[in-house]
Design a binder for this molecule. Sequence first.
Ligand SMILES: [Ca+2]
Length: 155
Amino acid sequence: MLRSVLSVLICLLCPALAAADPDHTPPDPITVLEVSTGKTTMVVAWQNTGDDGTTGNAEAYEVRRSSTTITSRQSGQLVASGPAGTSGSWTCTDYSDLSCNSPFYVAVFLKDDHNNWSALGTVVYAPTQECNTSLEVLCFNFLRPETRESGGELA
Ligand SMILES: [Ca+2]
């Protein structure tokens, strides 16, 4: 009798025990990051890490941009956010209406479903092109050599 009562109590504690041991492992930093620019446009593409390091799938991304270098998640301006792609997949975002011939630094961060944010990864310096060019860029025609080799697609 006592044993069965104890086992019921233990089972009742199971969810509480699980909740007491939340996920403390953030996604790995985004280090595979490619940025290209046109006169007033920018393409930011990155390879997603995971929920725990590179394992599992992260929940959401943030693209941060600044005219000076980015040293932490808070030091860049939030310019885009959305659901993270699966681990190892690429996500591409693009931007328009930027000032030509202007300095931009870009970094991407991922968070998991326990609000653990990835540390700072690669920061890319990507100034927009000269004002006398007509070159513009879009995710649509941003194809990476490694994606073509693997047959993968942009997320
Ligand atoms: Ca995690």
